[in-house]
Design a protein around this ligand. Structure first.
Ligand SMILES: Nc1nc2c(ncn2[C@@H]2O[C@H](COP(=O)(O)OP(=O)(O)OP(=O)(O)O)[C@@H](O)[C@H]2O)c(=O)[nH]1
Ligand SMILES: [Mg+2]
Length: 328
């Protein structure tokens, strides 16, 4: 989704490149004065273009935040801050326009004169003014550069039926994504192994109709109010809010995850409360260690018990339609 964003250069890099390129330009003319004049004009034009063109690309290629899918808008708010990003884009666009204005107003005076000293002085003046405009937005270019690096790591989510796997930390959510799809998120015996959103896919052909689920592995969630949640947990909430057709809530009755089943049930109650429209499917993982008699589907990501039944149950819930902003 955001993989094609251009790398952002900072003010010094933009200015250095503009100077280097313009110095290489040499125009031809039999008349020495005209040759000098043409060269000065071409160098000045090249200098401005080498700065304006990337600034234009940055603003154009960055996504327009207001029109993005709400899941991405939430991720940007969590990891970057939408307002900061919008302001930075506005400032860089201001710099682009200001550089273009300087070029149009000042180049006229270059074309009129034949006085080489005057022309050179004008060229330095234009280059100086443009450089100072670019330097004024260096902090904003820095914000874009950092945002670009973060945006590139965002998962690509599709607008197809989606199962969001959620639950307390360490209960086996990533192990379940590995069982259900070819995605290979890291699995480890400590909480918050998963710090970002991971995407996998699951397909089934039913009477010649291909049904495909997008599966989302999320970071662990504690049972606590939204304002107390850390940025890692907030990503899970963003996925649950905007992507889930089905919430696959994983419990660990063995409590080897390190958290009591009672606390995990509190989270389940909170999920029901926060997403009343969502279809919630509860599974109890680590059935190879402990099997509760709750009536919830018992599975084991270790030995595969119950996985087939789970897959059947998910496809039985395959939605006919999906809304844009699913659970809010
Ligand atoms: N015995 C047993 N262990 C399991 C099972 N599923 C997962 N585990 C183990 O539980 C631990 C946590 O598994 P993960 O899949 O990383 O759990 P998670 O919920 O994704 O954890 P976070 O990303 O940290 O929230 C690992 O040591 C797994 O090997 C299971 O069915 N049985
Ligand atoms: Mg995980």
């Amino acid at each position: 989704m955001f993989r094609k964003l251009p790398t952002i250069d900072l003010a010094d890099e933009l200015i250095d490149r503009a100077f280097k390129r313009s110095k290489k330009i040499q125009m031809m003319d039999r008349d020495a004065t005209y040759r000098m004049k043409k060269t000065i004009i071409a160098r000045t034009e090249s200098f401005v273009a080498t700065i304006v063109s990337p600034l234009e690309t940055y603003v154009k290629k960055f996504p327009s935040i207001d029109t993005l899918h709400p899941f991405y808008r939430d991720l940007i708010d969590i990891k970057i801050d939408s307002n900061k990003l919008k302001k930075a884009l506005g400032a860089v666009d201001w710099a682009r326009k200001t550089c273009q204005r300087i070029q149009t107003s000042q180049l006229k005076s270059l074309t009129k004169s034949k006085n080489i000293d005057f022309l050179k002085q004008k060229q330095y003046e234009i280059q100086g003014r443009i450089s100072s405009v670019v330097k004024q937005v260096n902090a904003e270019l820095q914000i874009l550069a950092e945002a670009q690096k973060i945006l590139k790591t965002f998962p690509t989510v599709q607008d197809i039926p989606t199962v969001v796997i959620a639950g307390y930390p360490n209960v086996g959510k990533s192990s379940l994504l590995r069982r259900l799809s070819s995605a290979k998120p890291a699995v480890a015996q400590y909480p918050f192994t998963t710090k970002d959103i991971y995407v996998g896919h699951m397909k089934q052909t039913d009477h010649y109709v291909i049904k495909q689920f997008q599966l989302i592995d999320t970071p662990g969630l504690f049972d606590r109010p939204l304002e107390k949640r850390n940025d890692i947990e907030k990503q899970a909430i963003a996925a649950l809010s905007h992507l889930a057709d089905i919430i696959l809530l994983v419990l660990d009755p063995s409590e080897t995850c390190g958290y009591s089943l009672n606390d995990q049930h509190q989270l389940l109650a909170q999920v029901h409360h926060l997403f009343p429209k969502a279809s919630v499917l509860v599974v109890e993982n680590k059935g190879d260690i402990k099997n509760s008699s709750s009536g919830n589907l018992s599975i084991s990501c270790d030995d595969g018990t119950g996985i087939d039944i789970l897959i059947k149950e998910l496809f039985a819930r395959y939605p006919a339609h999906q809304a844009d902003d699913k659970n809010t």
